[in-house]
Write a protein that binds this ligand. Structure first.
Ligand code: HEC
Length: 150
């Protein structure tokens, strides 16, 4: 495969399971297990989450492009330890937040966080790039449709 084809293949594969950049990697965590945790815990009852079947709810913020987000819950910089702490106990970080503390274990929170950081890593939007009124990023296909492939 030539470089152009490889790039195309990478683009087409770009839905969910990419490697996060080094500062967003979580040692010993397993994104695949994290996806299972997210399904089991019903996060999709409140969030749009790419790659999670049925996660199409708008109670909380959509978790699209998560690895590009600057803050967790509008309180803490979006870094692994902060996200893990949020997933374990959002009420401790933001008392009165509409996200309930769901009692995730450290392991579950680490895995779920690792999954969330695989979202939005395929094609960084260049700094200063202007998006159209309906665009969330430069991808050719709509990204909020529920996926039937899991
Ligand atoms: C009952 C609804 C509900 C459930 C269930 C829920 N969340 Fe949330 N979540 C929210 C709301 C509402 C917010 C916004 C909270 C805030 O900013 O104070 C939020 C915020 C977040 C954020 C930060 C979003 C941002 O833009 O800063 C993440 C990440 C997150 N939730 C992940 C999860 C995961 C993973 C699960 C499952 C383990 C989950 N949530 C379950 C309602 C929910």
């Amino acid at each position: 495969m030539g470089p152009a084809l490889l790039a195309l293949a990478a683009l087409l594969a770009g839905c969910g399971e990419e490697e996060p950049p080094p500062h967003l990697r979580i040692a010993d965590a397993d994104p695949a297990r994290g996806r299972a945790v997210i399904l089991e815990r019903g996060c999709g009852a409140c969030h749009v989450i790419p790659g999670i079947r049925g996660a199409v709810a708008w109670v909380g913020p959509p978790l699209v492009e998560w690895s590009r987000r600057s803050y967790v819950g509008g309180r803490l910089p979006n870094a692994p330890e902060n996200l893990i702490a949020w997933l374990r106990d959002p009420q401790a970080i933001s008392p009165g937040s509409a996200m309930p503390s769901l009692g995730l274990t450290e392991r579950e929170a680490r895995d779920a966080a690792a999954y969330l950081y695989t979202i939005g890593t395929a094609q960084p939007v260049p700094a200063g790039m202007v998006l159209g009124p309906r665009e969330g990023g430069p991808r050719p296909e709509a990204r909020l449709r529920p996926r039937g492939d899991q």
